[in-house]
Design a protein around this ligand. Structure first.
Ligand code: KG4
Ligand code: ZN
Length: 376
């Protein structure tokens, strides 16, 4: 791909959790490269991300990942107009690697540095995808960011009088306990389905009856009705397994299969009874219904006709189908990133950084990462 002279080229760097990522994006929307080094194989045996291991792995991968991003984009580091780096929220030690490397590069190359909120990156992931498909989401929109670390609803508005597609955000609600992806990962762990849990549950759920096990929807007894809660359903699955001890031998069989490295959906499905597949399908249906209903309710209350869905769980096939059919019924257009842009990546950081770069925002050498950086 070539860069047109009036397009700014941004190098994005992302290291907030367990993916070391770098990408080159031209004009805020054209992805010239998008390199992601996943650490899943390292964290798998612990059933979740181990922060110390994540930091160490980022340190090992960041330089080659950035080099690969520039090589694939066919540019030299000196050709970038700015460097955009995730400064939060995320694991502090992991963020520190990206932020420090971003600062070093910016200083060595004498290029501007832009700090990007990871959550704003997820919003831009949807816009990147829409642009690639020749679509432009109408704003204001309601945005659901749903991943292993986050389940948050925002309203997204275009900032008045700004041609650079900068947005302002308002927080509508969020999870009070676990993130939805975290619930997927924990339930997968209880059932011995491997890590991460989302993709495998997504595959197996298609073979079960989603109405077989009833889980109540989380009732928000007080406070914000737009909040989510997923720890209740996780505990309900645990109690279901305790009540149904006859499922233990198949769990053990799957555990052994995983230990042998046999973790494909076909393998695990062959070791799962119809009862287990029903449980998985019912869990997924309950989580998906909750995410879709609360998001579309927030959109309806605001009279908003656009919904953006982003984050790792946005890759879920039932979530996509349900949002599309329910959104369609209510005249709401729902936008998703591709699967590659749903999970953590640096193209979304470069895209968010581009808008901030155009509006003159600059970070200096005092930039520090922030584990709890809010978007709104
Ligand atoms: O955005 P992401 O890569 O990292 C975080 O910021 O957390 O999201 C990872 C999460 C994991 O919890 C994973 O189980 C979940 O996204 N996930 C899915 C699917 N693919 C990934 N959850 C449900 N269905 C999927 N297809
Ligand atoms: Zn993320």
């Amino acid at each position: 791909m070539t860069v047109t002279p009036n397009e700014y080229v941004i190098l994005g760097i992302e290291s907030s959790c367990d993916e070391t990522a770098a990408a080159v994006v031209a004009g805020g929307v054209r992805i010239l490269s998008n390199v992601v080094a996943s650490q899943i194989d390292i964290h798998r045996k612990y059933g979740g991300v181990v922060p110390e291991l994540a930091s160490r792995e980022h340190l090992r991968r960041i330089v080659p990942v950035v080099r690969e991003a520039t090589e694939q984009a066919k540019i030299k580091l000196q050709d970038v107009d700015a460097i955009a780096v995730t400064s939060g929220p995320g694991l502090i030690g992991a963020l520190l690697v990206g932020v420090t490397y971003g600062k070093v590069l910016a200083q060595a190359l004498k290029k501007p540095l832009v700090a990007v909120n990871h959550l704003e990156g997820h919003v831009h992931a949807v816009l990147l995808e829409a642009h690639a498909a020749g679509r432009t989401p109408e704003l204001p929109a309601v945005c659901l960011i749903v991943s292993g670390g986050h389940t948050i609803l925002y309203d997204v508005r275009a900032e008045a009088g700004n041609g650079a597609r900068r947005f302002s955000y308002g927080r509508i609600g969020g999870t009070r306990d676990d993130a939805a992806g975290e619930a997927y990962d924990k339930v997968a762990r209880m059932l011995a389905l491997g890590y991460p849990g989302g993709p495998i549950i997504d595959r197996l759920a298609a073979h079960g009856n989603p109405r077989a096990v009833r889980f109540g929807t989380a009732k928000m007894s007080s406070g914000n009705p737009h909040d989510f809660s997923f720890s209740g359903i996780k505990t309900a699955v645990l109690y279901h397994l305790r009540r149904n001890a006859h499922l233990e031998p198949e769990i053990e069989a799957r555990r052994q299969s995983l230990a042998r490295g046999e973790r494909s959906a076909d393998h695990l499905r062959a070791l799962s009874s119809a009862e287990t597949l029903d449980l998985i399908a019912s869990f997924q249906r309950s989580v998906v219904e909750d995410l879709v209903t609360r998001t579309l309710t927030a959109a309806a209350e605001r009279g908003v006709r656009t919904v953006l869905v982003s984050g790792g769980v946005a890759a879920n096939s039932e979530l996509r189908r349900t949002f599309e059919s329910e959104g369609g019924r209510r005249g709401v257009e729902v936008f998703f990133p591709s699967r590659a842009l749903s999970t953590d990546n640096a193209a979304m950081i470069a895209a968010a950084g581009h808008a901030r770069f155009l509006s003159g925002e600059r970070a200096d050498m005092l930039l520090d990462p922030s584990a709890n950086l809010p978007l709104a």
